[in-house]
Design a binder for this molecule. Structure first.
Ligand code: NAD
Ligand code: IPM
Ligand code: MN
Length: 350
């Protein structure tokens, strides 16, 4: 009886997580679920965006399913001391789980090209895996400060940090088309010089069958939307990966179609890449596809149940054809879309 810790969080997080749990219950009735607090909701209830009881619960988790955290631009949460803010709770969670590799697939399923704002011939067949380093770089470096009219953050990486995430990218590429693009800013940054050197050395030592190339992040920002088919696996540091993956959401057509799996030392963390969408929270219209596909990634990468994962992904593709949500130009609300997924899996919906 694998145990899944669910962390719905803020904004649309509870809405999309409920949809994902509903689908998981259908395909894997043996799973048990235990819900805990994270983010702004956890701060409000317990005075901490990553409370001790949530941290303790992780010890018995086989996998963690997260919704979203964070408030609107004018939320009082944004004036809290930084460690108390919702986003800090999420970063502390990732750190606690040791999830250093964040897999963000970008896929246009056959027959769903019309959901993309790109020309159909550009969107067709796109299948990119962005591997984002998740525990290093400017996000976590302690060398940071804001003091009067001066502020700084530090982007620092060590060889072991680069190698462990690069290994994950090479491993993924071995089961795909065997091509990895490492993305950096080595024409300006020393930290990118190290990144590039170490990724190349690892390829030359241990992954000779992989075709590796290196590209600059600014150029990739243009090419990923103008010629997405050139990419198979992209591996990059934390901040570049954050930005490029939201940009890549344009390709399938919405942030609501972007799931993720964060893997590392222990239990995996599975979460949509989008935020709490304060503009639509509480209205029941959020697209739950990213959360549902994150649940599929949980089954595949967290529990080794690829068949169930494939069944969910097939059903989501069908539901997107039949009942597209509003972010995709359709009419379906969260419930209607989730029911369409359940129906596509052969579940009678009452
Ligand atoms: P956002 O991703 O929440 O929203 C950007 C736009 O995309 C909005 O118009 C929103 O309505 C839309 N959108 C996002 N997900 C959607 C979905 N599933 N269905 C339909 N539409 C969707 O980004 P933001 O507005 O910049 O951030 C809002 C809050 O979320 C901030 O507090 C931010 O820090 C936080 N955030 C959290 C996460 C996370 O929990 N992993 C990720 C990104 C942002
Ligand atoms: C994401 C989010 C987070 C990040 C924030 C909310 C801390 O943008 O998951 O992409 O920057 O990693
Ligand atoms: Mn992001």
């Amino acid at each position: 009886m694998p145990k899944i810790i669910t962390l719905p969080g803020d904004g649309i997080g509870p809405e999309v997580t409920a949809a994902a749990v509903e689908v998981l219950r259908e395909v894997a009735p043996d799973l048990t679920f235990e819900e805990h607090a994270i983010g702004g909701a956890a701060y409000d209830a317990h005075g901490d965006p990553f409370p001790q009881r949530t941290r303790d619960a992780l010890e018995h988790a086989d996998a963690v399913l997260l919704g979203t955290v964070g408030g609107a631009q004018n939320s009082p949460w944004n004036s809290l001391p930084r460690p108390m803010r919702p986003e800090s709770g999420l970063l502390a969670l990732r750190k606690a789980l040791g999830c250093y590799a964040n897999l963000r697939p970008v896929r246009v399923q056959p027959g769903l090209e019309h959901l993309s704002p790109l020309k159909p011939e550009l969107a067709r067949g796109v299948d990119i895996l962005i591997v984002r380093e998740l525990l290093g770089g400017v996000y976590f470096d302690g060398d940071r400060k804001i003091d009067g009219d001066t502020a700084y953050n530090t982007m620092r990486y060590t060889t072991p940090e680069v190698e462990r995430v690069a290994k994950m990218a090479f491993w993924a590429a071995e089961q795909r088309k065997g091509r990895v693009t490492s993305v950096d800013k080595a024409n300006v940054l020393e930290v990118s010089e190290l990144w590039r050197r170490d990724v190349q050395a690892l390829r030359d030592r241990e992954y000779r069958s992989i075709h590796l190339n290196h590209e600059y992040v600014d150029s990739v920002a243009m090419l990923i939307v103008s010629d997405p088919s050139r990419y198979d696996v992209i591996v990059t540091e934390n901040l570049f990966g954050d930005i490029l993956s939201d940009l890549a959401a344009v390709i399938p057509g919405s942030l609501g179609l972007m799931p993720s799996a964060s893997l590392g030392d222990g239990a995996g963390l599975f979460e949509p890449i989008h935020g709490s969408a304060p503009d639509i929270a509480g209205k029941g219209i959020a697209n739950p596809a990213a959360a549902i596909m994150s649940a599929a990634m949980l089954l595949r990468h967290g529990l080794g149940r690829s068949d169930a994962a494939n069944a969910i992904e097939r059903a989501v593709a069908l539901a997107l054809r039949e009942e597209p949500t509003r972010d995709l130009g359709g009419q379906a609300d969260t419930k209607t879309f989730t029911n369409a997924v359940l129906e596509a899996m052969g579940t009678p919906v009452g």
